[in-house]
Ligand binder design. Structure first.
Ligand SMILES: [Zn+2]
Length: 70
């Protein structure tokens, strides 16, 4: 299974869309818990990292240059 790279400021798509109909979330805090904000309605949620990784579908936009990661 491929390791998903995500970081602060990234826009991610989750397996389930937010009830507002948007499925694009911005990561606004990284740590043991991940805080992300719905880009549609600005609602923010806090998820334990393990749950976040399970729900993560793909990275839509990376805040960092991919080449700068390594
Ligand atoms: Zn929303």
């Amino acid at each position: 299974m491929q390791m998903k790279q995500f970081g602060l400021g990234d826009i991610v798509e989750m397996k389930k869309a937010h009830p507002c109909g948007t499925n694009a979330w911005k990561i606004i805090r990284m740590g043991a818990d991940i805080r992300m904000k719905c880009t549609g309605c600005e609602h923010s949620v806090l998820l334990p990292r393990s749950r976040f990784e399970k729900r993560l579908k793909r990275i839509l936009a990376s805040a960092n240059e991919p080449d700068a990661m390594e």
